[in-house]
Design a protein around this ligand. Sequence first.
Ligand code: ZN
Length: 379
Amino acid sequence: MKHFKIKEKSSECRARTGVLKTIHGDILTPTFMPVATQASVKAVSQNDLKMINTQCLLSNTYHLYLRPGLEILKKFKGIHGFMNHNGPVLTDSGGFQVYSLSKLRKITENGVHFRSHIDGSSHFFTPEKVIDYQSAINSDIWTILDVCVKNPSSHREAKEALRKTKKWAEKAAEHFLKVSKENKPSKKHLLFGILQGSVYADLREEACAHMKTLPVDGFCIGGLAVGESKTQMLDMIKVTVNKLPTDRPVYFMGLGSPEDIWNAIEQGVDMFDCVLPTRNARNGQALTSQGKIYIKNAPFRNDNSPLDPDCDCETCKNYSKAYLSHLYRAGELLSSRLISIHNLRFLIKQTEIIKKAIADDNFKQKKKDFFDSYFRSSR
Ligand SMILES: [Zn+2]
């Protein structure tokens, strides 16, 4: 594939490094994408994102469409101008948000009617409209509207959702080609298809067999990390990656614990996102190479060491746990910013450590080193 080049492959597992070319620059994979749902990574500035070596941001069609609205984004020629971000941006189609946030959702053969979670207004998303919306947002990587199901779901419910998802994917891919021709961009936007199928191996295989017949530039594993067991999740990753062509990137939607990222990369996944590193940061939880810590815990009140001695972020270079503990206890806003920067950097750095392990072909040993250190003690 012209837009995705694999650089190195592990001889021990399916892990690989690659370069994904987008309009706003190259994404070095594997990568973790900070989540900018509403055109903002919560509590973190553009400069902060550069400092932590962000490769790509994730934003969301559902949220941007409702607020600020596409007309405002068009005035800025899209999300990059609006939020002053000049790196790659991937947008989620909004299928999951329509499912999880909106009221009175009604799915028809052609799309989904829903009411806004903000003001109750009525809207109708179709696979074609969602392509047009992402054209207005002008993100680098677009995704296809899908039908999400609750977890657990019966095989019958998951099969019906997959039937619609497949039909919508065909419509979206066709419309994407039309829009791409009309826009005539100097560099092409990329389209990723979303794979559904809940925890049923036969449905996941059916989703892959169908999606690989469409002209998509990458594959998103959707509908997992939603409450199923870790074993089920890993089994579904294996089933999926086994059935996909290896020439395009694979993005696991909504996965963001460091141990899950190591496990998924081992199975051949290339891209990740998750709101937890920033959400947990606002609740005083930090990820460190020695495990998770809760900064409000008593021992940290007079601890003059950084959050993580192995970290190179602004927070760890400049501030002690004692100061961060004080900020958190005092309800100071700076606490959210500093711990968010650290948690994002921690995950991005994990992907850098993993890239090196793949290049050095010692993935299994480095994975063991990480697990031994991360789970050595729980504090
Ligand atoms: Zn740090």
